[in-house]
Design a protein around this ligand. Structure first.
Ligand code: CP
Ligand code: NVA
Length: 334
């Protein structure tokens, strides 16, 4: 694959060629095999990285920290309340300070413009650990998992159910366009992605053989799907008040056992997680008390079914994030 990403930031998939995306997934596969075999790969020995989290995280933070340890990197975690960023110090100043101390910076937070500005001023690679608009490291893990299951990405049909205007839906659409997949967003029309991003993805798709479609009918949309994907109905940082309308609008788009059956026996279920599939979370219980629903974007039955590969997907967050750091800090490739 021979990619050279040394010194590059990883801010959104739009910035990368199909070969670079496939190259990162291949590198993740190599690092995963090495880890399973107990072969050390301390490719970034002695480096330091800053992990800025303005929103909470389990998978992304742990992936960066574990991957850093495996690569010989020392990570420093800056939690949502423990830094000056944005409150007492501008993004540009923060970037220039951290860029003097660290070899790379991860940022999870709000607007994509923030992570882009960090990258502009830092002088070291910056990695997007989720913004409102994009979640690119998630998609590397999703596609690695799909490739493990189906052998290759080209031509696979991925159907995204639910709010397709946000980070995960947007990034999946871009990723599918880049890698020649068949992407469908299924939701009420107002939840379809931004027309400007759709246009850009259509232009990319014309060169890769990908296709994009938008459907309001779940049964029709999932027919023949290889991957049925969903995400939470209300994302981090959105106001409480949106719950009522989201529940009303998106309940018909919930992933159920019947919907996976309608997709076909080949179909897998994917979710970036965390997921509201039962009442074992504080928010899940609050929503149940207020609206009387026992699950949200996916039923417990579908989540726990043989179609579900969500924990393989979660594991692959670590291998793919490790590939991003190894490639951009040390120029690693396969
Ligand atoms: N999927 C994902 O980004 O999970 P976290 O919010 O736990 O990092
Ligand atoms: N859309 C979700 C993704 C969480 C990984 C959010 O932004 O909260």
């Amino acid at each position: 694959m021979g990619i050279n990403l040394k010194g590059r930031s990883f801010l959104k998939l739009l910035d990368f060629t199909p070969e670079e995306i496939e190259g990162l997934i291949a590198l993740a596969g190599k690092l995963k095999a090495e880890k399973k075999a107990g072969t050390a790969h301390r490719l970034c020995e002695g480096m330091n990285v800053a992990l800025i989290f303005e929103k909470t995280s389990t998978r992304t933070r742990c992936s960066f920290e574990v991957a850093a340890a495996d690569l010989g990197i020392h990570p420093v975690y800056l939690d949502p309340s423990g830094s000056q960023i944005g409150k007492k110090e501008s993004i540009a100043d923060t970037a220039r300070v951290l860029g003097r101390m660290f070899d790379g910076i991860e940022y999870r937070g709000y607007g994509q413009s923030i992570v882009e500005e960090l990258a502009r001023y830092a002088g070291v690679p910056v990695w997007n650990g989720l913004t409102n608009e994009f979640h690119p490291t998630q998609i590397l893990a999703d596609f690695m998992t799909a490739e493990e299951r189906f052998g290759s990405l080209k031509g696979l049909k991925l159907v995204y159910m639910g709010d397709a205007r946000y980070n995960t839906g947007n990034s999946l659409m871009v990723g599918c366009a880049k890698t020649g997949m068949r992407f469908t967003a299924c939701a009420p029309e107002e939840y379809f992605p931004d027309p400007a991003l759709v246009k850009e993805c259509e232009r990319i798709a014309a060169g890769t053989g990908a296709s994009l479609s938008f459907d309001t009918d779940p049964e029709r949309a999932v027919k023949g799907a290889d991957v049925v994907y969903t995400d939470v109905w209300v994302s981090m940082g959105e106001p409480e008040e949106v719950w009522e309308k989201r529940i009303a609008d998106l309940t018909p788009y919930r992933v159920t056992g019947e919907l996976l059956d309608a997709a076909g026996p080949q179909s897998v279920f994917m979710h970036c997680l965390p997921s509201f599939h039962d009442l074992n979370t504080a928010i899940g219980r609050q929503i149940y008390e207020k609206y009387g629903i026992r699950c949200m974007e996916v039923t417990d039955e579908a989540f726990e079914s043989g179609h579900s590969i969500v924990f393989d997907e979660a594991e692959n967050r670590m291998h793919t994030i490790k590939a991003v750091m190894a490639a951009t800090l040390a120029g690693a490739s396969v």
